[in-house]
Design a protein around this ligand. Structure first.
Ligand code: FES
Length: 64
């Protein structure tokens, strides 16, 4: 899996999201997981245009 920038405003990459998920206890709720990732990486706190891309990446990582 190649790394790529998901959030241009905050320069957050796919690997940053993956790392943020490592200390997330459980992955049941995508929106709660998103909130955690956002807190750790500050992704999607600029224009918000990356929101859906981040959700997709989280789902991908969650589903292995
Ligand atoms: S691209 Fe992520 S907040 Fe703008």
């Amino acid at each position: 899996m190649e790394n790529y920038t998901i959030c241009n405003c905050k320069q957050v990459t796919y690997f940053d999201v993956e790392n943020a998920l490592h200390d997330c206890a459980k992955f049941e709720d995508v929106e709660a997981t998103f909130a955690h990732v956002q807190q750790v990486t500050h992704c999607s706190t600029g224009c918000g245009g990356c929101h859906d891309k981040i959700l997709v990446a989280i789902s991908q990582i969650m589903n292995g």
